[in-house]
Ligand binder design. Structure first.
Ligand SMILES: [Zn+2]
Length: 490
């Protein structure tokens, strides 16, 4: 039941396939204010009813979006559906409504709803059968990859990615490209042409056939897969044209007033072209010293040599080690290495050898995934008088790095912005471009995006799941270390 009336799909036949299609992964790319949230809520509730002890983890951007989803979509369906009330719900009403972030049914099934605004720390370690990402376009790719681990021990391992289109580099677009890419094509009753949904079929008060310009009805369509081979991942695109009771003159007005990229994103769920990049390839090349090689060399004992490490998860990101010397304001990158997924202990041994040989004074690794590796690193380097200072990207208003006893908390966006600015000002020197290019690409993979943060619009840096950015973070940790420790050496 939705708003006191039975949920029905009479005018929206296209929704049936989304519920029924048997794929382990589902991608819902939808326009703004489409019914995607209702669909994923009802789908999750149906699964929880059908499968005892089924655990769903719903992840969206902010706490506000968690409570909106919980109250408007989940709670209302659970509370006002007589069937669910009768069969899936034991104790008092209070059991169902008590907690916003967690709801249980009497068959042992459960839905947990969480936000992942900047970090995934509170979600890591959770165990679920299905994970649903909502507002996927605004989630950090690295958080998505971490949270996906929550279903790794389940026999179901179902995933839903729901979101609005942004640029072609966005994670929602990455998952969409790997999906069946079902398009709802609208049939023209006059000439028989099947119309693809974009701005060319919109008229001031209706939709029209691109072949013969007759009126067409969005209900008269079929799903057609553009990528038939991708049977494991079902992808559906939902436009605002498809909403029941839609007023086409309002959409026409948007078409006349919105920038075309925004119209395509929000109304049509189509990606706009290239994203904005914080630095260009020319700016990177300008930082490369053609005479310098990427090599492990013994550096002077008295200098300030510092290393940054971005620990990989082994699946879609690899460990990257970077060693640099600090010479006044200038950062000279002397060595970089990407470790293919293999034997973490052997890698650690090699890293320690390199750090020792290059007389590294300070090591700045990332804190999250490298928790165990960092302890081992600190233990082995203690006798050599090397300081290990883990870095942890954190939320909100931390403008300067803060030590909390185990790690430095650093604002992710601010610190990365400072790194890009240092590159533009050529305060960083890399080795020759030929050897550097593979690491430079990690920087070029990063794009600038905007999202609605806590109460305001904010920019953030992201990358596509198939385009790593690990070197950029290892380098950023070095710059953070320069800021923190330079006074000890000069
Ligand atoms: Zn026609």
């Amino acid at each position: 039941m939705i708003k006191g009336a039975p949920y029905n799909l009479k005018d929206r036949k296209y929704v049936e396939a989304i519920y029924d299609y048997p794929a382990r992964e589902l991608v819902l790319k939808a326009g703004r204010q489409s019914e995607k949230s209702s669909i994923i809520a009802c789908k999750a509730i149906a699964e929880m009813c059908m499968i005892p002890f089924f655990r769903v983890l719903y992840v969206t951007l902010s706490g506000k979006q968690v409570s909106d989803f919980s109250n408007d979509k989940v709670h209302n369906v659970l509370m006002y559906s007589p069937f669910i009330r009768k069969h899936y719900y034991s104790g008092s009403k209070g059991d169902l409504i008590k907690r916003i972030t967690d709801k249980s049914l009497s068959n042992g099934s459960h839905i947990a709803m969480r936000s992942a605004f900047r970090t995934a720390e509170t979600i890591r370690g959770f165990s679920a059968d299905e994970v649903i990402f909502d507002e996927t376009q605004s989630l950090l790719t690295d958080n998505i990859l971490i949270i996906k681990e929550c279903i790794s021990r389940s026999k179901y391992q179902w995933t839903v990615y729901a979101g609005t289109a942004r640029t072609s580099d966005n994670p929602i677009e990455y998952y969409w490209q790997r999906s069946t890419q079902f398009e709802w094509l609208i049939k023209c009753e006059v000439c028989g042409h099947y119309n693809y949904q974009d701005e060319t079929i919109l008229r001031p008060h209706n939709l029209a056939c691109t072949k013969c310009n007759s009126n067409i009805d969005v209900r008269n369509g079929i799903w057609v897969a553009r990528n038939k081979d991708a049977t494991d991942v079902a992808g559906f695109r939902l436009t605002q044209y498809m909403l029941s009771g839609v007023d086409y003159s309002k959409l026409w007005e948007k078409f006349q007033t919105y920038p075309i990229t925004q119209f395509r994103n929000e109304v049509l769920a189509l990606p706009s072209d290239a994203a904005m990049r914080p630095v260009t390839v020319d700016e990177l090349i300008a930082c490369c010293n053609p005479d310098r090689r990427n090599e492990v060399v013994e550096l002077p004992m008295e200098g300030f040599t510092i290393a940054g490490i971005d620990w990989g998860t082994g699946t879609q990101s690899f460990t990257v080690l970077v060693v640099a010397t600090i010479e006044g304001e200038k950062v000279n990158v002397r060595f970089a290495k990407r470790f293919p997924a293999g034997d973490p202990l052997k890698d650690l041994e090699e890293i320690i050898n390199i750090l020792t040989l290059m007389h590294v004074k300070v090591v700045m690794p990332d804190w999250g995934f490298g928790f165990i590796a960092n302890e081992e690193l600190a233990r082995k380097l203690r006798d050599l008088n090397v300081f290990v200072a883990p870095v942890y990207y954190t939320a909100g208003s931390v403008e300067v790095p803060k030590w909390d006893g185990t790690k430095y908390k650093v604002n992710r966006t601010t610190s990365l912005a400072q790194m890009f600015s240092a590159i533009k000002k050529r305060e960083i020197e890399f080795f020759n471009w030929n050897e550097f290019q593979t690491y430079g690409n990690d920087i070029l993979h990063i794009y600038i995006d905007e999202r609605h943060g806590i109460g305001r619009q904010e920019i953030f840096y992201n990358h596509s799941p198939d385009k790593p950015d690990d070197f950029a973070h290892a380098l950023n940790y070095i710059l953070i270390g320069k800021l923190l420790f330079s006074h000890r050496f000069f």
